[in-house]
Each structure stands twice: as structure tokens, then as C-alpha cells.
Design a binder for this molecule. Structure first.
Ligand SMILES: CC(C)(COP(=O)(O)OP(=O)(O)OC[C@H]1O[C@@H](n2cnc3c(N)ncnc32)[C@H](O)[C@@H]1OP(=O)(O)O)[C@@H](O)C(=O)NCCC(=O)NCCS
Length: 177
């Protein structure tokens, strides 16, 4: 971690670098990258949207996180709402900071960068809790989220654009240390 700095990221300016990291970490086709590019730039215009990057001393972006206060009028919130209502956890959509994306380049994983990105961005959130969606499988992401205090709120959750089922998770803030 010594050679990596976590700090504010001008994601609009570095969107191609960030999507290159996401494409390797998460697996995105060139077509999916083009679609995500529009979505990320639109998200950045949302109220309270913030991004952090993990950068080498040479300026190479090796990880990023971004999110925003949840807005019930947003597409993501609308998709997950009926699932949360069904489990009695719909209240998590209010006063909640959404982690929209978190990705670390595979060569830089398991060094604490993902944890630092998500804890740093949520530490400066005004909201008392955080929500996110993750693929509903026992991935490193899911394990990390659990250790930080996120618990399953609803599963399986189906996004119209995705084949895999997702889980919606929520955690009180601050995250566990
Ligand atoms: C999820 C993700 C962002 C986590 O990033 P990361 O930088 O590897 O996360 P961390 O290093 O903070 O923590 C992950 C693991 O590394 C371990 N770790 C942290 N520092 C370490 C160190 N110095 N030495 C060894 N292991 C360490 C953590 O304990 C944790 O281990 P565990 O999962 O075996 O318990 C990354 O795996 C990723 O990009 N995955 C693909 C994309 C993805 O799924 N994103 C989330 C979409 S919902």
C-alpha cells in the first residue's frame, strides 16, 4: 500500500482509465465499456456524486470507487425498491450513500486498496448508512463487504440488463474498522 495513494479522483477526466481498470477487474466487453462510459458521466452529474482513486506515484490509476446519496428517482433505486419492500428493508433507500462502483486492478488486489477506497468514501458521507448491489455469489467483493458490516437486504435481485442475479447489501456508517 505504501506506493499507492488514495485520494479524490476527477472521474470525468479519468473515465477511460477507470473503465480500463473495471474491464480487467470485473470483466467488461468493449461494447459494455462504451455503455458504462455514458452511465458514469451521467452519474457524475447527480447530486452529491463523489469519486476516489488509488494511484501509483507515477500517476497510474489502479483502483477507484464512486457513489452518491441514494435518489429514489434513479434507475438503480427503482429496480431494487420492490425487492427491498418485499423484505421489509425499503427504508434503506432513504438517507443512504450508494456505492455505485468499486474496482481494483487484479495486479493490485489483496493489498487493502479496496477496503481503503470504500471506507474513505463512506467516512465522508453525511448519511448514516450505505447500500450497494453485488453479484449474488461468494466473491472477494461480497466477503469484503460483509467484513465491513454490510449484510444482505434482498436476494436474488434481477437487473434487466444483467444475466447474473444480484444481492442488495446495506451497512451502518461508519463501516467496521
Ligand atoms: C472487490 C475488490 C474491489 C476488492 O479490492 P481489494 O483491493 O482486493 O480489497 P482488499 O485488499 O481491501 O481486501 C480483499 C482481501 O485482501 C486482504 N488483504 C488486505 N490487505 C492485505 C495484505 N496487505 N496482504 C494480504 N492480504 C490482504 C483482505 O483481508 C481481504 O482478504 P480476504 O478476502 O481473503 O479476507 C476487488 O476484488 C475487485 O476489484 N474485484 C472485481 C470487481 C468487483 O467485483 N467489484 C465489486 C463489484 S460489486
Amino acid at each position: 500500500m505504501d506506493d499507492i495513494v488514495v485520494g479524490p479522483l476527477d472521474l470525468a477526466a479519468r473515465v477511460d482509465d477507470a473503465l480500463a481498470v473495471q474491464a480487467l477487474a470485473f470483466g467488461l466487453t468493449a461494447e459494455e465499456v462504451a455503455v458504462r462510459r455514458h452511465i458514469v458521466l451521467r452519474h457524475l452529474a447527480s447530486r452529491g456524486a463523489r469519486a476516489l482513486g488509488a494511484t501509483t506515484h507515477g500517476g497510474r490509476l489502479v483502483g477507484f470507487v464512486y457513489g452518491m446519496p441514494n435518489d429514489r428517482s434513479h434507475w438503480w433505486s427503482g429496480v431494487v425498491e420492490p425487492y427491498l419492500r418485499a423484505t421489509g428493508s425499503e427504508g434503506w433507500l432513504d438517507d443512504s450513500f450508494v456505492i455505485t462502483e468499486l474496482h481494483v486492478h487484479p495486479d493490485f488486489q489483496k493489498r487493502g486498496i479496496g477496503r481503503e477506497l470504500i471506507t474513505t468514501i463512506t467516512d465522508s458521507a453525511a448519511e448514516p448508512r450505505s447500500i450497494l448491489s453485488a453479484i449474488d455469489t461468494e466473491s472477494p467483493a461480497r466477503g469484503l463487504y460483509r467484513r465491513l458490516g454490510y449484510r444482505d437486504l434482498a436476494r436474488p435481485v434481477h437487473f434487466p440488463s444483467a444475466q447474473s442475479p444480484y444481492v442488495v447489501m446495506g451497512a451502518p456508517l461508519p463501516l467496521l474498522g
